[in-house]
Design a protein around this ligand. Structure first.
Ligand code: SAM
Ligand code: SF4
Length: 326
């Protein structure tokens, strides 16, 4: 069977699958007013649709699936979903992106179902700032969730969106954390989406200065694996954990793109900041549609652009990342 390779010879072995666009947090850069789902929309993909979808992608060479959202742990069948995806032939890594609100209870069940890694949002280690950003006072639940994930054997990465005037002065807090904790903290540059114009203009800051600070303090860049994300990661012999940066505004950011995205209603999104998202849901209804589904995915991939145009203030049609999974 053909493999997922685009016109620029990039190989796609990584699928990000949103299983819901609901969320219980109100992150100020993402869903400041909480959920805003149109009740007229159909529900998210069910378990059978998810199995048909991941089987098709695995047949095209996808090896890693990340479950995301919205907040994926809000779905009651999240453990069943992970278990079913783990059982798909060819898939050897299942991971989850979560705000960790429910992780302290769920981590052992997720691990038993085959989940290998968790990316956890934690924008500040300061309880007051955490509440200001997320609209929740549950930063202890997130910290407990991280501990539970590590105890359950999951590889843990923490995502902190870098925000001017909020957490851009918190590097020393995060350094203290990774001194003893074996996690990777990645600072993500705030991205412009359809809904966050004002917030972006006020709080966007480049990560370059923090990266220079790290190098001055003896941190060194690590090699990237083929299934790795877009982060540039650093290690230091005196620290248990690692630090990293995701810089979507950096030149050549898209050269290493290795992931495709599916929204919770089955729309294929070729780029987080692209225009189109065509639904393949009608091809997920029966395993006999597998070949047509795979041909549709391959045809769509052939139209993927070389790069996003964020630097030209063109952020595509994504209103907020909760709708597609970040
Ligand atoms: N709810 C889960 C979570 O927060 O991890 C999964 C979905 S969330 C959309 C995935 C990631 O996207 C989170 O790390 C979040 O901080 C990040 N994110 C959301 N909106 C963003 C934006 N405008 N710029 C940069 N990162 C963003
Ligand atoms: Fe929810 Fe994640 Fe968006 Fe925060 S970043 S509002 S936790 S989907």
């Amino acid at each position: 069977m053909a493999r997922l390779i685009d016109s620029y010879q990039r190989k796609f072995r990584y699928l990000r699958l949103s299983i819901t666009d609901s969320c219980n947090f109100r992150c100020s850069y993402c869903l400041p007013n909480g959920n805003c789902i149109d009740p007229a929309l159909e529900g998210p993909l069910n378990l059978d649709e998810i199995i048909n979808l991941t089987t098709a992608f695995a047949g095209l060479g996808v090896e890693k699936v990340r479950i995301t959202g919205g907040e994926p742990t809000l779905r009651r069948d999240v453990v069943d979903i992970i278990s079913a995806i783990s059982a798909v032939e060819g898939i050897d890594q299942v991971a989850i992106s979560t705000n960790a609100y429910r992780l302290a209870q769920l981590a052992p069940r997720l691990a038993a179902a085959g989940c290998k890694a968790a990316n956890i949002s934690l924008d500040s280690l300061d309880a007051g700032k955490f509440a200001r950003v997320t609209g929740q006072t549950t930063n202890q639940a997130v910290l407990d969730g991280i501990d539970a994930a590590l105890e359950a054997g999951l590889k843990v990465k923490i995502n902190a969106v870098l925000m001017k005037g909020i957490n851009d002065g918190e590097l020393s807090n995060f350094l203290d954390y990774v001194k003893t904790s074996p996690v990777t903290i990645r600072f993500i540059e705030l991205m412009r989406t359809g809904d966050n114009k004002e917030y972006f203009e006020k709080h966007h800051v480049r990560a370059d200065v923090l990266a220079l600070d790290l190098v001055e303090q003896g941190w060194e860049v690590m090699q990237r694996g083929t299934l790795s994300g877009p982060a540039e990661e650093y290690f230091h012999p005196d620290y248990h954990g690692h630090l990293g940066f995701i810089r979507p505004y950096a030149k050549n950011f898209c050269d290493g793109c290795n992931r495709l995205r599916i929204s919770c209603r089955g729309e294929l999104k070729l780029c987080l900041f692209g225009d189109g998202q065509e639904s393949v849901r009608h091809l997920l209804q029966n395993p006999t549609q597998m070949e047509e589904l795979q041909l549709t995915i391959l045809q769509r991939l052939s139209t993927k652009k070389e790069s996003h145009s964020l630097q030209d203030d063109n952020f595509g049609t994504t209103r907020q990342l909760a709708s597609i999974g970040g």
